[in-house]
Write a protein that binds this ligand. Structure first.
Ligand code: ACM
Length: 549
């Protein structure tokens, strides 16, 4: 028997002896140093104490209410998987690991208190309990084969900086499938990210079954070929020669929505209107303005038809699709895209021009807003809230696109109660929108686009992103809901490609969303990230090796 085992036995004996005379026994384990506490994202307040809590067979996890019950059960399973120890769960407040109700804590906040005697996780919501449990799992330590599983004695008081911490996956350009989605949802949960923004429709493919319009997937989910980058990206004239397709059935969607909800992740579907709509127009020609039969395009980019927003039948289509989305997605917010609408097809259309004249609509940007406002009203009437890319405010943000730089700006105001997804344009546009009372999710492309290479957005640049625009007065900060990072997938056909672009930058964005600026520290982040990478190695995730040893 080695010395460690001997000491452990001796301490157990003395403990049993003292139990005869006292009410309890506090096992002496080792203490931890601050350098050994590695949690990602960095919590906002940690106070380290002496000693640690040792897990042992038969310990009990208790839960104060039903919302804590599910988290306690899942944590018990996760601890068993990691440690091979058995745990039980029961209602109550006095377990070895106790989930306790703390009504004063905020929506996603938690307090974690670990002493040698026991552990409490306090929260007011299932989200708070969930995050407390996620932190606890990251603290679990085993020093050697013989040593017990330890959790350092400490107190953590934690709450996110922002309520919106999103990862967007574009599945229109390439279908990545449920296994990838589940893997990324698992990773998001561990990183305390809470919004999965699902870009399900675009020119290149329609990826969600809609019962009322079956051709959307029968036709719109499959294309004959795909442009490939060959180092030239948008200018490439090369094609893969391989057909591509795939979509989610409504049953699969429901399963993924439930999978996400169990991990405190809301799925926000994006249904693009009125542009980026060729896959739908390929399925139903009457949806388009040009009246031309098309196939789902095989070339990526912005050069296609738009929905005919002057047609009552098209308006009904959009509402019908939304009604099915409402059934599938319980999210408060529904994303309607609205970006990069090419106005030429509306300029060239006789009936659209007549409609605009008859209705006193002066510019295509106004026509877009008029339609967007109608849809926003419909979404609100159904108890939800619309979100769209910041073009929906009617400003021309595309001075760099030859075909759009002369677009006139809209005079029509965007409906209130909308979430503006800021991705491009002068930062003042985000500031002004926040001042006007719009909710803002900041996804500035130069800082948060995961399809950009690591030269354009190195890890440190991702880490340094601040979703609050510089100079925005503090009274408007609450209108900045948070941030998104966006995985556009034109040039990343395989899941391994997408993983490479996503990881490790997603971890940097997670910390941007969670940790207060005064608690952020890039050097400390890199150190914890190395531990996270071991987990990704074990899972076979193809992260970019940007951390040089
Ligand atoms: C966008 O990148 N077109 C929102």
């Amino acid at each position: 028997m080695n010395i460690k085992n001997l000491l452990a036995k001796a301490s157990l004996l003395s403990c049993a002896f003292s139990l005869l005379f006292t009410a309890g026994c506090v096992r002496k384990h080792r203490s931890f140093t601050a350098e050994e506490i590695n949690i990602l994202p960095q919590p906002n307040e940690i106070t380290l104490a002496e000693n640690s809590f040792g897990l042992s067979d038969g310990m009990e996890l208790t839960y104060a209410d039903e919302q804590a019950k599910e988290v306690a059960t899942t944590l018990a399973e996760a601890l068993t998987k990691e440690t091979d120890l058995e745990f039980s769960t029961a209602g109550g407040n006095d377990g070895d690991i106790a989930f306790i109700l703390a009504p004063d804590l905020g929506k996603e906040s938690y307090n974690l208190e670990v002493s040698p005697k026991g552990i409490t996780i306090s929260a007011s919501t299932s989200a708070g309990f969930f995050y407390g449990a996620e932190t606890l799992k990251q603290l679990l330590t085993k020093d050697s084969d013989e040593s017990p599983w330890l959790i350092p004695a400490l107190t953590i008081k934690d709450a996110p900086r922002f309520g919106w911490r999103a990862y967007m996956l574009d599945e229109s350009r390439y279908f990545h499938g449920a296994d990838y989605v589940k893997m990324v949802l698992d990773q998001m949960a561990s990183l305390k990210m809470n919004v999965f923004h699902w870009h399900l429709t675009d020119d290149a493919g329609w990826r969600i079954e809609i019962k009322k319009y079956p051709k959307l997937t029968e036709v719109g989910a499959f294309r004959k070929d795909s442009q490939i980058s060959n180092g030239k990206m948008w200018k490439s004239n090369d094609y893969s020669g391989v057909p591509h397709g795939g979509f989610y059935t409504q049953e699969e969607i429901k399963e993924l929505v439930a999978y996400a909800a169990k991990r405190n992740i809301t799925i926000i579907p994006e249904f693009e209107i009125p542009g980026h709509s060729s896959a739908a127009i390929a399925a139903y020609t009457w949806l388009g303005t040009a009246g031309k039969d098309i196939d789902p395009p095989i070339k990526f980019g912005r050069h296609y038809d738009n929905y005919d927003v002057t047609s009552p039948k098209v308006e009904q289509f959009v509402k019908d699709v939304l009604l099915e989305l409402f059934e599938l997605f319980p999210s408060e917010v529904i994303h309607i895209g609205g970006d990069e609408v090419g106005y030429q097809v509306w300029e060239d259309s006789k009936h659209v021009q007549e409609y605009m004249k008859a209705n006193g609509i002066n510019t295509p940007a106004d026509l877009q807003i008029m339609f967007t406002n109608k849809i926003s009203k419909f979404i609100e009437q159904n108890g939800r809230r619309m979100m769209g890319w910041n073009e929906i405010m009617g400003k021309n943000i595309h001075g760099d696109f030859s075909e759009k730089k002369m677009d006139k700006e809209a005079e029509t105001a965007l409906a209130k109660n909308v979430v503006v997804h800021f991705w491009k344009g002068d930062l003042n546009l985000a500031t002004e929108a926040a001042q006007k009372g719009y909710g803002i999710v900041n996804s500035l492309h130069s800082n948060t686009y995961l399809d950009y290479n690591y030269k354009s957005i190195p890890l440190e640049k991702a880490y340094d992103f601040d979703p609050i625009p510089e100079g925005l007065e503090p009274q408007y900060h609450e209108n900045i809901y948070g941030l998104g990072c966006q995985m556009w997938s034109e040039w990343t056909p395989t899941n391994k490609d997408v993983e490479y672009q996503t990881f490790p930058r997603i971890a940097a964005y997670a910390e941007v969303g969670w940790t207060q600026p005064d608690q952020k520290d890039y050097e400390a982040f890199k150190k914890v990230l190395k531990i996270k990478q071991q987990e990704w190695d074990a899972l076979g995730i193809n992260y970019a090796k940007v951390l040089v040893e």
